[in-house]
Ligand binder design. Structure first.
Ligand SMILES: Nc1ncnc2c1ncn2[C@@H]1O[C@H](COP(=O)(O)OP(=O)(O)O)[C@@H](O)[C@H]1O
Ligand SMILES: [Mg+2]
Length: 258
């Protein structure tokens, strides 16, 4: 770990403790460190009441770890992932990914950070329906300027890996919900990110399809995790959450052990 990084406990003002805190990574070398995050929204109308979403929220996730985040609707789960992905900025606190202080990135740098370091799986996938499966998966490599031939052969390999090798030339809009989510998992991982963020990846799928997609996600995270991948998965499914390495509940603006 870089010695230049602040310590989570120090930033939170906590005494060092033998017992691991809920937000502490299981491994010694966290990929992700969110330190004392605060997020407030101002009132929408003058004299109204603002919203204080996070208070002193800290989280570490190590390479190889898959952390589930659960919590009631409106607790701030999606907002937390947005801060981790540099899609939004905290009011206070810092997010580190490896040795990058994500909070300090300019908008342009944040775009490059997302492309290089983050794989994001959304509940409603956000695939490009008129583009083929292989084009959708190759998109992050093309966006960062990789050559077409290399990007497409890598995308074809990823389609095989998620069980869609025979659907490469199908438009993504023609695929089923489960197949579309497999595609978005391939698109998230093709860049070999350090951090996978999944926001209710099975929330829109029926039970059996959700199970297959979750198993795929977990298998890929396990096999890639040994290299560098840390994962944060938001889910309402407590059975899936229990199969992750740690389960954290977002409550009253903080992460607590579930
Ligand atoms: N840009 C914003 N301005 C004001 N309030 C917001 C904004 N974005 C999210 N919120 C509020 O933050 C809360 C948490 O939202 P969200 O992160 O989507 O919750 P969850 O994903 O846990 O259901 C909600 O009350 C939501 O209305
Ligand atoms: Mg949400």
């Amino acid at each position: 770990m870089s010695t230049s990084l602040p310590q989570a406990g120090a930033a939170a003002g906590a005494e060092p403790s033998a017992a691991p805190q809920p937000g502490t990574a299981l491994g010694a070398d966290p990929v992700l460190r969110a330190l004392a995050l605060e997020k407030s929204y101002p009132p929408l109308v003058a004299g109204g009441v603002g919203l204080r979403l996070f208070k002193d929220l800290s989280l570490e996730v190590a390479a190889g770890e898959m952390v589930a985040v659960v919590g009631e609707s409106g607790a701030g789960k999606s907002s937390l992932l947005h801060l981790l992905a540099a899609l939004d900025r905290p009011t206070a606190g810092e997010v580190w990914c490896g040795t990058t202080n994500v909070t300090r990135l300019s908008a342009r740098e944040a775009g490059a950070y997302r492309n290089r370091e983050i794989g994001y799986v959304w509940q409603f996938h956000y695939l490009l329906p008129e583009f083929t499966a292989v084009e959708n998966v190759a998109m992050p490599l093309l966006a960062r300027g990789d050559r077409r031939a290399g990007a497409f052969s890598e995308a074809a390999r990823w389609l095989e890996r998620v069980g869609l090798g025979d659907r490469a030339e199908h438009r993504s809009g023609e695929l089923s919900g489960g197949e579309q989510q497999r595609l978005s998992i391939a698109r998230a991982l093709i860049t070999r990110p350090k951090l996978l963020l999944a926001d209710e990846p099975t929330g829109d799928l029926d039970g059996a399809t959700a199970e297959r997609v979750f198993v795929l996600l977990q298998e890929l995270c396990r096999s890639l995790g040994a290299q560098t991948l840390a994962s944060v998965v938001v889910t309402h499914n407590m059975e899936f959450a229990a199969r992750c390495d740690r389960v954290l509940r977002l409550r009253d603006g903080r992460l607590v052990a579930a």
